[in-house]
Ligand binder design. Structure first.
Ligand SMILES: NC(=O)c1ccc[n+]([C@@H]2O[C@H](COP(=O)([O-])OP(=O)(O)OC[C@H]3O[C@@H](n4cnc5c(N)ncnc54)[C@H](O)[C@@H]3O)[C@@H](O)[C@H]2O)c1
Length: 405
């Protein structure tokens, strides 16, 4: 039996996927509201295909509880934020979940850490807990199996992505590989724990640095009136060039967070990474500057006629963690400015001031729309922007009156 600890964006789909593929599974989360909702038959976040997977998994008898279970295998998928001051990974959630598992687990069980962690975290923070709890006389196999799925395409990617498994010995590695093979059709590589920890952080760092490069190009091109999108398009026709797209900032739980682990642990060796992260973090402020410039150009003086489209950190998901729009609003606040109007079709509850819940009402109250997120809704309704001034931070709307970052 598998006990999945932490039923958020990663743990819930993983638990459901296992159950839907015939693995006996119990999901544990210490948040009663999540467990109650799941037991009442309601999924806790929006994700393409999640509802169908949930209904399928429920027919297999998957259970949700706040209690930790006695199981053969545990999968820990709890948050791993970074410490804002030291920039190092904050391992407290993983340590606390691991401690709780150790208090109930049987001898020789396998504890898989799916949470993203910096290289050496298991050695430094989890092995001492194991020794402290059992004075070294009880064997628990720790494994690291980082997750790569992207919100918006999670269900497809759970099945089709390649995976990495880091284990101390290949027998345990193969046992865990067999578990993931119950649903994963991608290639599963078994390696050692530290290599698995590092590869996951490196993957997200690669993307952060590449996005920062695109953002820097956008700033250069803005300065001298060149079309950054056309330049990137042409450069990417080179067989060995693959530049990502610039944008209003980088949000989510991974790309703006995990690379900091390396900066925190190796401060003297991460100049490029540190600068890249700062470049990305500066983009919401850059967008604010663009809004001001365009207002001057088109003669809009009234800030209350400017609105931000999109609050989530990426298109077509309801996740607002580290969202560039929230960062932009925060930056406005720091300048003692009144917050701009905001609308997002996927955020139903009121989370910021001046938030709208209808596209038509929002558009009727603004003359200048800043597209922060390219939700399908706005792409389908692009003609409604015909008579507006538009700053399209996502290069998604093709109308004559559109400005870019
Ligand atoms: N969200 C993503 O797109 C994504 C992608 C790849 C990897 N990851 C990594 O996966 C990990 C989990 O991320 P997430 O987005 O699922 O987080 P999340 O915040 O959505 O979910 C974490 C869940 O863990 C629960 N929890 C925390 N401590 C617990 C404990 N001690 N016992 C029981 N439940 C506990 C919380 O209540 C929450 O429901 C992180 O390390 C993240 O970096 C996330």
């Amino acid at each position: 039996m598998v006990n999945v600890i932490g039923l958020g964006y990663i743990g819930l789909p993983t638990a459901l996927m296992l159950a839907a593929h015939g693995v006996e599974c119990v999901g544990t989360d210490y948040d009663y509201s999540i467990v109650d909702a799941l037991n009442a038959g309601k999924i806790t976040f929006k994700e393409e295909g999640l509802e169908e997977l949930f209904q399928k998994a429920r027919t297999t008898g998957i259970r949700f509880t706040t209690e930790y279970q006695a199981a053969d295998i545990y999968i820990i998928s709890v948050p791993t934020p970074y410490d804002k001051f030291s920039k190092r990974v904050n391992p407290q959630y993983v340590m606390s979940a691991f401690r709780s598992v150790l208090s109930v687990c049987p001898l020789n069980c396998v504890v898989i850490i799916e949470s993203t962690i910096s290289p050496g975290t298991i050695e430094k923070y989890l092995r001492p807990l194991l020794k402290e709890t059992f004075q070294g006389d009880k064997k628990v196999h720790i494994v690291h199996a980082p997750e790569r799925i992207i919100p918006g395409n999670m269900i497809y990617e759970l099945i089709h992505n390649n995976r990495t498994i880091g284990a101390d010995d290949s027998k345990i590695g193969d046992q865990v590989k067999k578990l993931y093979s119950s649903f994963c059709q991608g290639e599963i590589v078994v390696t050692d724990i530290k290599t698995a920890e590092m590869s996951k952080v490196v993957e997200n760092t690669y993307r952060a640095v590449n996005i920062a490069f695109a953002n820097e190009l956008a700033k250069i091109c803005r300065h001298d009136e060149m079309d950054v999108y056309e330049i990137i398009r042409i450069c990417n026709m080179h067989p060995r060039v693959n530049i990502l797209q610039p944008g209003p900032g980088v949000g989510g739980h991974c790309i703006p967070v995990d690379p900091w682990f390396l900066v925190g642990d190796y401060p003297c060796l991460t100049n490029v990474i540190g600068e890249a992260l700062r470049t990305n973090e500066g983009m919401p402020e850059f967008v604010l500057g663009r809004i001001y410039e365009i207002m001057k150009t088109v003669g809009i003086n009234d800030v209350t006629r400017v609105g931000l489209y999109g609050l989530t950190y990426k298109e077509n998901v309801d996740d607002i963690r580290e969202s560039p729009t929230l960062q932009l609003l925060e930056s406005q606040k720091r300048h003692l400015a009144k917050p701009l109007k905001v609308y997002d079709p996927l955020i139903i509850s009121d989370i910021v001031d001046n938030q709208y819940h209808s596209l038509d009402v929002f558009l009727s109250e603004v003359d200048f729309v800043v597209i922060m997120v390219k939700h399908s809704e706005i792409l389908k309704n692009a003609e409604k922007l015909k008579n507006k001034i538009v700053l399209d931070c996502c290069n998604s709307i093709f109308l004559p009156n559109v400005y870019h970052i």
